[in-house]
Design a protein around this ligand. Sequence first.
Ligand code: TXA
Ligand code: MG
Length: 321
Amino acid sequence: MQISLSKAYQLLMSGQVVAVPTETVYGLAASIERPAAIDQIFTLKGRPSNNPLIIHIAKTEQILAYTHSFPKDFMNLAKTFWPGPLTMILPIDPASVPVRACAGLPTAAFRIPHHSLTLALLEWVGPLVMPSANLSGKPSATRREHVEADFGKEFPVVDGGVCGHGVESTIIHYSEKCWQIARLGAIPAEAFESVLGYIPEKVNGDRGTHPICPGQLYRHYAPKARLNLCSDWEQCQGIVLGFSERHYTKARRVLTMGTISCPEQVAESLYALLRQLDVEGIEEACVDLDFPRNGLWATIAERLSKAALHVPLSSEENRVP
Ligand code: TXA
Ligand code: MG
């Protein structure tokens, strides 16, 4: 249910959860001052309690309430990429962050989102903790309708239209004297070179037993359909998620991910397309993974690979074995 900014302000201040737009994906927001609302986020999403939340702020100085320990180049990164789709993990004073929000870790993840509506809320309410506004394991929400599909028509959403980037923020952390990528995202690894003088490495495989981001342990972005990844586009068959300029001779139907010349467009519509498979009741589809691996393509390939992991949901949540 679409709500105004002032209604969102009221709900957040009174300890309720609302969905808000960001430039990456919609977020499920709670005031960092409201522990019951933070608990509610985990319940609503079906999110494992060991998976911490990103603290969203309006201004870099607000971080001083949580830490005074800033790794090399932190300020340059903040100046270059904030507001924007960069999340930085920093050591914190553990007493300053609700234990539920940071899952008891000695660190927290911070970002300033680049969306005028949500920045206005952050100015009024103060820091908001928010994960992506989707049921745990499902594709993130990039439109209000996606949030309503997961949490019901009556769920309060500030409608900011379509999220421009369409994939989540890039998460980095500092270790062994350099920044490393803990989650690929909307900012490609190469974009950091001009600030850092090097391209940060992606660390910890998706199935690593101790990934830096606990969220990487879990199955993600997955529609109900079984996705088969195909690295040779000419072999794609059946229902194909493919590119507009390719003619798939073995395909029964092609659902286009966009054009091979524009990864930004592919990223923007990626989750909408994965969600469409569920809406149409499609059980199996073949994904054309025959594309470059540089820049944003690396993020797109990673999301599609995660979406293709098929692990039965168990009471132990959707943990990747
Ligand atoms: O673009 C985004 O980042 C979106 C929008 C709403 O801001 N948010 C988002 O949140 O993707 P979520 O909760 O879906 O993913 C956050 C990831 C999880 O994998 C979590 O494990 C990791 O961030 N994370 C959060 N705090 C962390 C910490 N202290 N150390 C390591 N990883 C952390
Ligand atoms: Mg998420």
